[in-house]
Design a protein around this ligand. Structure first.
Ligand SMILES: [Zn+2]
Length: 213
């Protein structure tokens, strides 16, 4: 599966394995560790997050998740926060403010005998602003790039992930989600007293066609 920083960031809100939703960025200690795990993409070393940083990163994540939800429309948003998404214009504004707080210029380094590498040149606005800007840029690049149209929210029971479809028929983010969805469909079909579109009354009309009393 391809890795996108924007989706990894959004994916810090995740299924907890027990039918609930877990949040990997709940304490400043967790944020410090997450940033350390992504030190290369974020171009920071030894950053220690505090409560203020946690609040700002979480606010940016809410914007990122709202924009991912917008990108998968008319498909369903991740059920983790589908009921409390930021409005589109607020999410876009928040993302752009984070990105533009650290204006940068690309600089190509290429010494003889070495691989070329990119450097971001610009005034240093401080570590937190740089981190927020890097996350916002990664999200902007993803959304404006070629993979947005393959973005989906996984619809397997309990899953809350956004993922990029690797091929046209892929419906779920992982094989384990596909299996869980198949089991759920099987259970739903074979449940005693199952109702729904497959249930018909004796006269052949679908149950859902009957007038409500
Ligand atoms: Zn899934």
């Amino acid at each position: 599966m391809m890795e996108f920083l924007a989706l990894e960031f959004a994916g810090t809100v995740r299924h907890d394995g027990h039918g609930g939703v877990a949040d990997d960025l709940t304490t400043s200690q967790q944020l410090t560790e997450w940033i350390r795990d992504h030190a290369e993409e974020l171009a920071v070393r030894g950053y220690i997050a505090d409560a203020g940083a946690l609040a700002e990163v979480r606010a940016l994540r809410a914007a990122v998740r709202a924009l991912l939800a917008r990108a998968v429309r008319p498909g369903p948003a991740s059920p983790a926060d589908a009921h409390r998404l930021l409005p589109d214009d607020q999410a876009l504004d928040r993302l752009n403010r984070a990105a533009t707080a650290h204006p940068v210029a690309l600089h190509l380094d290429w010494a003889a005998g070495e691989d070329p590498g990119l450097q971001l040149l610009g005034p240093d606005p401080g570590e937190l602003t740089r981190i927020l800007a890097a996350l916002a840029r990664a999200t902007a690049e993803f959304l404006a790039g070629p993979y947005r149209v393959q973005l989906r929210a996984c619809t397997a029971p309990r899953c809350v992930r956004y993922f990029v479809k690797a091929h046209g028929r892929q419906e779920y983010c992982k094989p384990s989600c596909s299996n869980r969805a198949r089991v759920a469909r099987h259970y739903e079909r074979n449940r005693p007293g199952a109702t729904g579109v497959t249930a018909h009354w004796d006269d052949g009309r679908a149950a859902t066609d009957l007038p409500r009393s």
